[in-house]
Design a binder for this molecule. Structure first.
Ligand code: NAD
Length: 502
């Protein structure tokens, strides 16, 4: 462990702890390129300590009345709202995104907390009176036990909040393994839970890498795992977690296309394409990374979006006036720059080139400027790979059918959008694409918290989307009771035939 820098510790059973593993990983400030802290990387035994805490807390928490749980949820909501600025700063300092964007992330997470405050309604069961003579049937849902969340770097507050508010409100206890690249937001959240009165052990945070993840996947006391991250890891999590008998939802990567039809308002489309491609430096799973320009208007689309790309002000996330911050690490910066180069070598035209961008005073920051690559072919690396940077590839298609076929041929199916003024084209698109989340003149169609979030194909392994009704379903299991209360005089002898209604 290095000395002189802050060590980011685990949160187990209501307090910070650094007992256990001494392995660490550097956490950078991407705007300066400097190491800001070291984060502990848990060994399997550290994960087990967190699981112990969650396991011990589960009986009391799951038996806590729904109204008492709801009060804590409301308290947490108030604290989160009051501390949104502090949380956003923690995100910006380690992720790099601009503060307004970090605040937006907190807001979207807050909406899931608000959804979970409605848990008394969400957990209502069904009741059928007199299904047979003197027999009633009713159903209700119970929490699973200890559940875990493994989350990516790009939304260090929002993605965990897709998971734990619903899981905890349902009566589960939670172990979060956040990204080791930007771990501090999770600890701000843990502290807010404590202040809200959540009993110790209900929410725990273990930092770490593959060692911690594998310990979660192999722990027999973890009943369910929610994962969000890249596709290869999502597939792995789903396979290993499922093989160990767990319920698993694993959301993977994305390559989101936006079709621009010839009848679209080009300025409107270009404004939104630029925001969707370059917002958060393209490090959003719902970023638009491929624009499919249909028909004769393609040159106009490239021109309009290029003008907007050049106008984006790139700078440190904390600086007022920055529209876009750095990417998360030096490796990410180098990978993105390399992919832009590969596009050029493979025959695409770099219309706006973000390579070599230097932000004065932040020469060591991990910056890449907004980039537009025109005439991208589907065989090129910039198209086949998830770039996860501020790069918009423009692919040209002759008509809507070709554009839809292109989207459906892609292995990912997270989000997609169409810009058009034709209701008929929009309807054909919404019915024709094999994608989970669809925008019509909305480029980043992230569902509200009371719907569920999730993609199709290689963007999701498992059959439940996160938060919303599917989140409640994922974190609970059903019981159905068939009950008879016979009066003494009516008690009759049992029959051996298969019971039917009478
Ligand atoms: P990642 O897959 O590298 O990491 C995600 C989590 O998995 C982290 O907690 C990390 O510590 C852990 N991990 C990394 N390598 C591992 C390994 N070999 N074995 C076990 N665990 C491992 O993803 P990232 O770079 O942090 O995040 C970006 C990715 O997440 C992108 O692909 C993006 O599309 C995706 N993402 C998807 C969604 C969605 O809703 N589908 C949302 C956000 C991000």
């Amino acid at each position: 462990m290095s000395t002189g820098t802050t060590t980011i510790r685990h949160w187990i059973s209501g307090s910070l702890t650094d007992a256990g593993s001494t392995r660490t990983s550097p956490v950078y400030n991407p705007a300066t390129g400097q190491v800001a802290a070291e984060v502990l990387l848990a060994e399997a035994a550290d994960v087990e300590r967190a699981v112990d805490a969650a396991w011990e807390a589960f009986p009391a928490w799951s038996q806590t009345s729904i109204s008492a749980r709801t009060k804590i949820m409301f308290g947490f909501r108030e604290l989160l709202n009051a501390n949104a600025g502090r949380l956003a700063e923690a995100i910006t300092d380690e992720h790099g995104k601009v503060l307004s964007d970090a605040l937006g992330e907190v807001q979207r997470g807050l909406e899931v907390v608000e959804f979970a405050c409605g848990i008394p309604s969400l957990l209502k069961g069904d009741y059928s009176d007199q299904v047979s003579s003197g027999v009633d049937t009713f159903s209700f849902r119970e929490p699973l036990g200890v559940v875990a969340g493994i989350t990516p770097f790009n939304f260090p507050a929002m993605v965990p909040m897709w998971m734990f508010p619903v899981a905890i409100a349902c009566g589960n206890t939670f172990v979060l393994k956040p990204s080791e690249r930007d771990p501090s937001a999770s600890l701000v959240i843990a502290e807010l839970w404590r202040q809200a009165g959540l009993p110790d052990g209900v929410f725990n945070v273990v930092h770490g890498d593959k060692v911690a993840v594998d310990a979660i996947l192999d722990s027999p006391r973890v009943a369910a795992v929610s994962f969000v991250g890249s596709t290869p890891i999502a597939r792995y999590i789903h396979e290993r977690g499922s093989a160990n008998g767990k319920r698993v939802q694993a959301l993977g990567g994305a390559k989101n296309h936006a079709i621009v039809m010839p009848d679209a308002d080009i300025d409107f489309a270009a404004d939104h394409l630029s925001a969707a491609a370059f917002g958060s430096a393209g490090e959003r799973c719902m970023a638009i990374s491929a624009a499919v320009a249909v028909g004769s208007g393609a040159d106009l689309v490239v021109e309009a979006v290029s003008a907007r790309a050049r106008a984006v002000k790139v700078g440190p996330g904390r600086e007022a006036g920055s529209d876009m911050g750095p990417v998360v690490t030096r490796e990410a910066q180098q990978r993105i720059v390399g992919l832009i180069g590969s596009g050029e070598e493979q025959g695409a035209e770099v219309a706006v080139d973000g390579r070599g961008l230097v932000v004065p005073g932040h020469e060591d920051g991990f910056f890449v400027g907004p980039t537009v690559i025109d005439r991208v072919g589907t065989e090129m690396d910039v198209y086949t790979q998830e770039i996860f940077g501020p790069v918009l590839s423009v692919v040209r298609a002759d008509d809507a059918d070709e554009a839809i076929a292109l989207i459906n041929a892609n292995p990912y199916g997270n989000g997609t959008a169409i810009f058009t003024s034709s209701g008929e084209a929009a309807r054909r698109f919404q019915r024709g694409v094999n994608v989970g989340m669809i925008g019509i003149n909305v480029p980043v169609p992230v569902p509200m918290a009371f719907y569920s979030f999730g993609g199709w194909k290689d963007s999701l392994f498992g059959d439940k989307h996160v938060h919303g009704p599917e989140g409640v379903s994922f974190y609970t299991r059903a019981k159905v009771v068939t009950a008879r209360w016979p009066e003494q005089a009516q008690a009759s002898g049992a029959s051996l035939h298969f019971p039917t209604s009478s």
